[in-house]
Ligand binder design. Structure first.
Ligand SMILES: NC(=O)c1ccc[n+]([C@@H]2O[C@H](COP(=O)([O-])OP(=O)(O)OC[C@H]3O[C@@H](n4cnc5c(N)ncnc54)[C@H](OP(=O)(O)O)[C@@H]3O)[C@@H](O)[C@H]2O)c1
Length: 202
């Protein structure tokens, strides 16, 4: 059975992946308390001696407002850490899957974004996540960067749950009307990523 490391296993997506994959892969999960992405030495010490075939990084500083006021922290966790994880994986020839975001785009386009579109982040969060994508690919050319948006699922409430609850409880709901995204269901993402781990699909 392939061993798969999930970094950020306490988060919305990390928890879902750990559970969904538990009967097909040997899952080793690290939550924030067990592995801090702010410390490169800790990442190298904890993961360097572990054998695994794939590592999925779902951990991030996801609080967009906090990123604006804590830029250094945002760039350390979202920007630098993915490069360290990618490098650790490259040494082991393990598949590195890194989760990124639609926030790498500026939102000016009036049609769905594709991989070919130029990333032009307009927030610290977006810029830090874009830096993480670059670092990961510089350190590991086989790294797989997966950009998702509005992640929702059973493991942690999200904007989607808020909207559904509001719609159930009120005749009218006040919400932002100038933002468009395609929500990503964590269990769908688990299914989509599975072949990349199981078959080592490029
Ligand atoms: N949520 C969205 O709508 C959304 C949209 C687009 C992209 N994404 C991306 O999707 C991925 C998964 O997001 P999610 O929705 O699962 O977010 P989440 O529930 O906030 O999970 C992120 C996890 O990262 C952990 N973390 C934060 N700082 C850390 C650090 N310094 N070291 C180690 N772990 C740390 C958090 O732990 P604590 O909670 O204990 O701090 C949390 O468990 C992230 O890469 C995010 O950028 C999310």
């Amino acid at each position: 059975m392939k061993r798969v490391v999930i970094v950020g296993s306490g988060g919305r997506l990390g928890a879902a992946l750990g559970r969904e994959y538990s009967n097909q892969f040997d899952i080793v999960g690290f939550n924030h308390a067990q592995l801090d992405l702010g410390t490169a030495e800790q990442m190298r010490a904890t993961l360097g001696g572990l054998e695994f075939e794939a590592l999925i990084n779902t951990a991030a500083q996801t609080n967009v407002d906090r990123c604006e006021t804590h830029q250094e922290e945002a760039f350390a966790i979202n920007g630098e850490a993915p490069g360290v994880l990618a490098e650790i994986c490259a040494r082991k020839e393990a598949r590195f899957i890194h989760i990124s975001t639609d926030y790498v785009f500026d939102g000016e386009k009036r049609a769905p974004y594709t991989e070919e579109d130029e990333a032009r982040p307009i927030s610290v969060y977006g810029a830090s996540k874009r830096a993480g994508e670059r670092r990961a690919l510089e350190a590991n050319e086989r790294a797989l960067i997966v950009r998702v948006s509005w992640v929702f699922g059973p493991d942690r409430p999200s904007f989607i749950d808020w909207a559904l609850n509001q719609a159930r409880e009120h005749e009218e709901v006040s919400a932002i009307a100038d933002k468009w995204a395609t929500p990503t269901y964590t269990l769908d993402l688990a299914g989509l990523l599975q072949p990349f781990i199981a078959n080592g699909q490029a």
